[in-house]
Design a protein. Structure first.
Length: 184
């Protein structure tokens, strides 16, 4: 690996330390550095959406957790419980995002985001009336950001699955995995 790629990995880890609570770069990005240009592009998009985006933190993390739950992306779920907590979501709200229903203990904006993500994750369009409701809260640019977050975390989920990247020790187990263990 070239010196500039190692330096970029260190920079990316430093940018994510507060949100991730870990000093090292997540395993998924380490795997992506087998193609440094892809790793940099994905990392830059992630940084723009997570740290420079328009969405309030709670709506961004609601988007990511709901999408991760709908796609059963263990890796992304585990990495976003901490940022969701930092964004003000309660443990009960986080747990409820893994369910099938729209969580009751959420704000109207969070409920609209959950409904939109459910449509996106099902490969359906967001109905016009729901888009209009979201535009009222986050603007057109915010709606684009919700869709882009789903696309980014879809890509991350594919990377984790394709390269069999396990959730690192010490991170939360997604609720659907807890249920799998309980039924065995």
């Amino acid at each position: 690996m070239h010196h500039e790629d190692r330096a970029e990995m260190q920079r990316m880890a430093a940018v994510r330390t507060h949100a991730d609570g870990r000093p090292q770069l997540a395993a998924i990005y380490v795997a992506m550095f087998n193609n440094p240009k892809v790793a940099r592009a994905v990392g830059e998009l992630g940084e723009r959406l997570r740290f420079q985006g328009l969405l309030p933190d709670d709506l961004r993390e609601t988007t990511i957790l709901r999408y991760s739950a709908r796609r059963r992306s263990d890796y992304e779920w585990a990495h976003h419980v901490r940022p969701a907590t930092q964004a003000g979501l309660t443990a009960a709200q986080i747990e409820a995002l893994a369910g099938d229903a729209v969580p009751a203990d959420t704000t109207p904006a969070q409920r609209a985001v959950v409904q939109a993500v459910d449509h996106i994750a099902a490969d359906n369009e967001i109905p016009a009336e729901l888009q209009d409701a979201l535009v009222e809260v986050v603007g057109y640019a915010g709606v684009v950001e919700i869709v882009a977050l789903c696309g980014l975390y879809g890509l991350m989920g594919y990377m984790a699955t394709a390269f069999d990247i396990s959730v690192e020790p010490g991170l939360p187990t997604p609720p659907w995995r807890k249920e799998d263990h309980e039924t065995r």
